[in-house]
Design a protein around this ligand. Sequence first.
Ligand code: PLP
Length: 397
Amino acid sequence: MITPVLPTYARAPIAFDRGEGPFVFSTEGEQFLDFGAGVAVNSLGHAHPDLVRALTDQAGKLWHTSNLYKIPGQEKLAERLTQLTFADTVFFNNSGAEAMECAIKMARKHHAALGHPERFRLITFEGAFHGRTLATIAAGGQEKYLEGFGPKTDGFDQVPLGDLKAVKAAITPATAGILIEPIQGEGGIRAAEASFLRDLRKLCDEHGLLLVLDEIQCGVGRTGKLFAHEWAGIKPDIMAIAKAIGGGFPLGACLATEAAAAGMVAGTHGSTFGGNPLAMAVGNAVLDVVTANDFLDHVLEISKILRQRMARIVDENGDIFEELRGEGLMLGLKCKVPNTDVVNALFDQKLLAIGAGENVVRFLPPLTITADHIDAALQKIEAACATLREKQEKGAA
Ligand SMILES: *Cc1c(COP(=O)(O)O)cnc(C)c1O
C-alpha cells in the first residue's frame, strides 16, 4: 500500500525535532553533528538567534500580500544583492529549481527581445544538476531523472565538464548561452577550473552568449567568497541562487544584469509566494550575518583546517578513500567502497554527511562551525573508517 507521503525519497529511518548550531537532535534524543546542513541550506546552523528573531518578528506583523503590491523586504534584499554582486536586478521565488527556471526563461527572452527568438538553446555540462522541474531535468540531462517523464524539454546541449573544444563545437546560431555550476554538488563535488570559467566568459563575449551560473549549492559564502565564481575573477550575466540564502526558509532568487534581463517586462514571469515578507525577513537576516566583518574570513580559515584534516584522512585511509575534492566548506571524499556504506558508517557515529555522484561523500557543514566541531567530526570519520575496515576484513575472511 502506498504511504500517505508520496514515496519518492529513500529516507533514513530517523526524524529530528530540534537543532542548535551544527547539532540536530532526533526524536529519540540522540545528538548528531550535522555536516550536511540540509544539503547546504542551514549555512548558519540550526536555530540561529538572528534568523529566529527575524522570522518571528515578521510572523507577528505580516506573512503574505502577493506580488500585486510592493514588498519592502524584496526591495531591500534586491538592492543589497545588486550592490554585492554583478547583478542589477533580482527575481525572488521559493526554490532552486524555480530560480533556474527563471534563469532559463530569462536567457531565452533576452535573445527574443533582441529579435532572435531562434536563439533559445543552452550549453550544459555532464554531471550537472539544476533541479527537478521538466526544464531543469532536461538541463541536467541525467537519464535517471528524465526516464518516464515524456519528451525531454528541448533546448539543452550537453558537453563534458572542462572540455572547451566541445563547448566551441556545440555553439550554433540557436545558442543563447552557457549554463554551469562553478562547483557541481549533486554531480560529486566537481569544481570547474577557474581558467575554464574564464574561457567560458570569453567565449560568451565573443559569440554574444549569456553566461548563466547555478550557484544554488556553492553560493552565499560556502567557498569563502560570497559567490564561488568570484574566485575565477569573472562575472556572469545571470545567476540562480537558493539553499543558503534562506538559511532553512524556502527562498530562491535569479540575479541578472540589466542587459540580460532586458526581455523580462511586466507580465513575463511571476510567482504567488515568491519573495513574501517572511522569506525576505529571513533572507535579509542571512545576508546580515554572511556579510558581517570577518564572517567570510572565518569560513576561509576554518575551511583550511577542515581541508588539511580531510587530506590526512585520505592519506591514512587509502583503502577507503581515493581523493579529496572541493573548495571552502564544500568538500567531497571520493570513495573506494560504496559511498552509501560510508554515509551509513558516519551516521552510526552520529555524523550527518550526504552522498553525491561519482561515489563521493559530501561534507557541507554550517559555515559557523569552529575548530572543535571539526575535531569532533574527524574523530567520527576515523571511527567510521575503523568500522568499515572491520566489516571488510570480516567479509574477506
Ligand atoms: C539543490 C540544487 C538545485 C535545485 O534546488 P531545489 O530547491 O531542490 O529546487 C539546483 N541546482 C543546484 C546546483 C542544486 O544544488
